[in-house]
Design a protein around this ligand. Sequence first.
Ligand SMILES: Nc1nc2c(ncn2[C@@H]2O[C@H](COP(=O)(O)OP(=O)(O)OP(=O)(O)O)[C@@H](O)[C@H]2O)c(=O)[nH]1
Ligand SMILES: [Mg+2]
Length: 436
Amino acid sequence: MDKHKKQIILANCNMVPVEALDQALTAAHISFDELKQYNLTANKLNELQLLDDQRNGKIVLPPPIPLPPPIGNLGGTSSGGAMPPSIPQLRNEQSSQVEENILEKIRDQECSAEDIKKALTNKRIGYADLENIGIEKKLIQALKFYSSASAITLFKKIEDLPTMESGRTDLYMVGMPYSGKSTILASLIKYANQKGILIHDSYNPDGNKYLETLKRNLDYGVLPLRTGVASYNYIATSLKDDNNTGHPFNIVEVPGENYVNIFNQGFENSEIPQFINYIKSANKKILVFVLDALSHDKRFEEERFFGALDQSIAYSNILSIFKDAKVLENTDAVYFVVNKFDYIKNKRFQHDDRPEVDLAFDYMNSEFLGLLENCKSARDKSRNKFKIKVLPFSIGDIVYDKIVSRFAEQYPEELTKNLLEDSFVIKGGAFWKKFF
Ligand SMILES: Nc1nc2c(ncn2[C@@H]2O[C@H](COP(=O)(O)OP(=O)(O)OP(=O)(O)O)[C@@H](O)[C@H]2O)c(=O)[nH]1
Ligand SMILES: [Mg+2]
């Protein structure tokens, strides 16, 4: 690279995407010191350092990670990056007081990963016992990982969120506690990474840590740990389409429970004005409502779901807030994701061979018709005729409530396809593209 070109890049380094700067660093065209001299932002420097450390085999990401388990059918492992450090091998301990009861439950998959973790921590059972009762090695590894992982929640309140970067598509994943927001996000990130279409963005390093944690947990077959109650999470990332064009997204997990009690609390006393203020931008928006089909179906059957908030009412409220705040004027698409589709497929549509998207639409029409109609009428009143889509989604097969024994790729694939179709694209050649 000649001196002149290098000078232009350094002088404009804050406008060059991290990916391109990383290439220049790898090719030794530029150095970290030069980037610092030219005042590259701390966020971008951190991101580049992270990529460099990963390349050089340094470990930089939390939490402490065990060796990759042999998860043959979990859909591959993450690419790019150093292998995590090993954890101690399974101790060949035979617990003196083996609890027949809990082991039976584990064998019959009638308990949760949390129960197993407790039994292991209290030394009522050991990993060798799990082997002895015939639990697959990859499941044991996943349980081991689960027992060592700690939750990472980055943001709790709106005021803790960094300002959303403009020039991106804002993607809001709205969902009740337990609806599966974090799992969908993890699945999307894992899929996009596996296909090589995930582009790291430097804008929000904290968000990147969250993203890495989600992806890594899923690589080990572990679902995201519970996010704190009513907590927001924000990551900035881009996805590439078939033409290699980047689609930059601001992805925000929005806890639905804040929006249910608006009528009790009163709009002004709630977090809503702040939230509206936060998301009011000229950015294009995609709203994803995560419908928890499992909790919905079990709300009259199982005690733990009795207190669950009515999703239809909550999401209709949120839609009407968005309408009043004119957020829908910048909204290009509203998705209703019928989540935990594995459950309803088994329960309702076991012998129905129609495409799953038709089944999801059927389900939506029979269980959430009011919400769908509210959304249509909001669209009729909006100048911007946004698309309304219904998509089925499932992470795959789950055991012990938290362990993924099979990762289903078709759902994140379909979601990605739709997101690329409905999102904003950076068009035109950027000046730096000529140089790399
Ligand atoms: N059957 C089934 N269960 C799922 C699926 N996705 C998630 N779950 C279950 O739902 C639980 C909650 O999922 P999360 O992704 O943590 O939900 P969330 O919306 O982020 O919840 P909070 O962080 O508590 O607000 C998981 O721990 C699983 O037990 C799925 O595709 N199928
Ligand atoms: Mg969550």
